[in-house]
Design a protein around this ligand. Structure first.
Ligand code: SF4
Length: 598
């Protein structure tokens, strides 16, 4: 019986030995015959021993495929080599086409193994930084086998869809207009400042890497050995590297003023607290290094801004917030963004601006806010950002008025959403580039807005429908001083207006119960989970000032010594003593075997 032949369709990557996969190497070495384009054979010459070589010119792919099938059917192991990946503009599809033409099936025909290699989109991206971090496509500009009208449609669709684009075969000696036309099409959808990387002969001796822009890319050398990588509307250049942010939709909250953040500020816990859970050590390192007094950080919190502006002038509140975060830097960045953003496409944040206009028309927002609209319009990045905040009608008040609900509806618009939570607030998620406008509108309507993430939140009872309000000022003071303070892990302060301790307050991380003008203090509760347990009572009969001082000291200790992501009850147990309050192990209830079994 004749030996069954085998086709090894090999992608050997960009061309350097270091970038050839182990399987591609062994496949080349175990082959009887190597079939490839002249240049490719030369690139892998160092791996060849005594194999028969069949080499052809550049345009003879079909004849190479036919010859490969013929030799394999004669019982030989035949390697068909392509640079990059054999399945990406390589030989794999062509060989299959020849096989299918001849009635090949996997069960009866020669064995086929396609061996993957590193395609140019990957090798070139690695030399540029990390431009292909999001949805991307490859488009060959060669109209040798594909009509230009089809290619142009694909470029148009890629531009419309904000894909990162890797252009293969961008230009040859005679074919020069396609890259010009491609630039023209993409400029309809992207700024001329969009970063572009030009990589010639990646990982070969003649390698060249150029970082340019969509507007200027044609001023540089582009040829058949060049791969052009064009960023999407979020791609940035940082320190000579082309980087596209990861992630589909960025959420942000209100505990930081300068948003959107700059490229070098992403993935830090203090900027993107949602981004690093279980993640990046550098960010965590930053977090552990953070210092500063509770008061200082509290002054950064939204709680302060809200409390200071019980009925604030929007302009004053904005100014106060800009000052508290370093207003100069904010203004400079905004200018930079205005200059850079020539994004022609309408973003979803435009819709948020329409919501703001509605609020102005109804007199909810002051015109000083609108004066910033021109700046805001230029401040829109194309990638939608989702503002995520907690909103409630008051510290003790749990009832929204119809007017407040109308404002909520306005700011949420058609693209935002509400989420009802068991924590006495609703979470709002709103696409916007201007979070201040949203929070000011809500604040002006008498609502409390708190940031989400790893921050302090105050969770008070309703003071018997606001009929037992003796301790309400202390709850409001807690919010003013500590609401929104960043901490290692989200922390809730439960506040009960009397010994009934409604709303599960004593199960929270920190809790206080008001009794006859004084407070009992509880630490280390765990409100959820199979091992949920109440907080430990650590003090009784604290005067209001003593209570606030104790909470400040406790939060400072947690902030200073807590590990990233360490919940407060674990922190309390680990350190054993916080602000002079000693931890005692919670006695879990006895486990009693069920008589009936499971
Ligand atoms: S804890 Fe006391 S004051 Fe608060 S709602 Fe319950 S009964 Fe009323």
């Amino acid at each position: 019986m004749a030996t069954r032949g085998k086709l090894l369709i090999i992608g050997f990557g960009p061309g350097s030995f270091e970038q050839i996969t182990e399987r591609a190497r062994t496949a080349i070495q175990e082959s009887d015959v190597i079939i490839g384009y002249n240049t490719y054979v030369d690139l892998i010459r160092g791996l060849l021993t005594d194999q028969e070589i069949v080499r052809t010119g550049m345009t003879e792919e079909v004849s190479r495929a036919i010859e490969a099938v013929r030799q394999a059917e004669s019982g030989k192991k035949v390697a068909v080599i392509s640079s990059g990946d054999a399945g990406v503009y390589g030989m794999a599809g062509l060989v299959y086409e020849v096989l299918i033409e001849q009635g090949w099936t996997e069960a009866t025909g020669v064995e086929v193994e396609v061996i993957p290699g590193i395609s140019a989109i990957n090798s070139c991206a690695s030399l540029l930084g990390a431009p292909v971090m999001h949805d991307a496509c490859t488009i060959s500009l060669s109209d040798h086998l594909t009509p230009w009208e089809v290619i142009a449609k694909r470029v148009e669709a890629a531009g419309m869809g904000d894909f990162i684009v890797a252009l293969y075969n961008p230009r040859s000696g005679r074919r020069t207009r396609q890259i010009v036309e491609t630039q023209r099409i993409l400029l309809k959808y992207r700024s001329a400042d969009t970063p572009v990387g030009l990589v010639k002969s990646a990982y070969r001796a003649s390698q060249q890497v150029v970082l340019t822009t969509l507007g200027e890319m044609l001023e540089h050398e582009i040829g058949m050995l060049t791969t052009v990588i064009i960023g999407n509307r979020s791609t940035k250049v940082y320190d000579g590297k082309m980087i596209t942010p990861r992630g589909y939709q960025r959420k942000y909250t209100l505990d930081r003023a300068e948003q959107p953040i700059k490229m070098n500020e992403r993935l830090r816990e203090e900027h993107e607290p949602w981004a690093l859970h279980g993640g990046v050590s550098a960010g965590r390192g930053e977090k552990t290094k953070r210092a500063g007094s509770v008061e200082e950080d509290a002054s950064r919190s939204l709680g302060v801004a809200l409390a200071e502006g019980a009925n604030p002038s929007v302009g004053v509140a904005l100014e106060a917030r800009a000052n508290s975060f370093g207003g100069v830097a904010v203004v400079e960045d905004a200018t930079e963004v205005v200059n850079a953003a020539a994004a022609p496409a309408r973003s979803s944040a435009d819709l948020a601006m329409e919501a703001v206009s509605l609020l102005v028309n109804r007199g909810v927002l002051e015109t000083s806010v609108v004066a910033r609209e021109a700046q805001v319009q230029g401040d829109l990045f194309s990638q939608p950002l989702i503002l995520e905040i907690a909103v409630s009608p008051g510290v003790g008040n749990k009832k929204l008025t119809p007017a407040q609900m109308a404002v909520l509806l306005d700011v949420v618009g058609e693209d935002g959403e509400f989420e009802y939570t068991p924590h006495h607030y609703v979470i709002l998620r709103v696409p916007t580039r201007e979070p201040e406008l949203i929070s000011e509108a809500l604040t002006a309507a008498g609502m409390i807005v708190q940031p989400l993430g790893d921050v302090v939140q105050i969770k008070a009872c309703d003071f018997c429908n606001l009929e037992k309000t003796e301790s309400l000022p202390q709850a409001e003071e807690l919010l003013r001083r500590f609401g929104g303070l960043s901490v290692p892990k989200e922390l809730k302060i439960g506040f009960a207006g009397c010994g009934m301790a409604c709303y599960g307050s004593v199960n929270e991380d920190i809790a206080m119960v008001y009794r006859r003008g004084k407070f009992d203090l509880f630490l280390g509760g765990k409100a959820i989970g199979r091992n949920a347990h109440p907080a430990q009572r650590v003090a009784e009969g604290l005067e209001p000032e003593q209570l606030l001082a104790a909470v400040e000291e406790i939060l400072a200790a947690y902030k200073g010594k807590g590990h990233p992501d360490e919940r407060f009850h674990k922190f309390f147990k680990r350190v054993g003593d916080v602000a002079g309050f000693h931890h005692e192990d919670y006695q879990a209830p006895l486990v009693i075997e069920s008589i009936c079994g499971d």
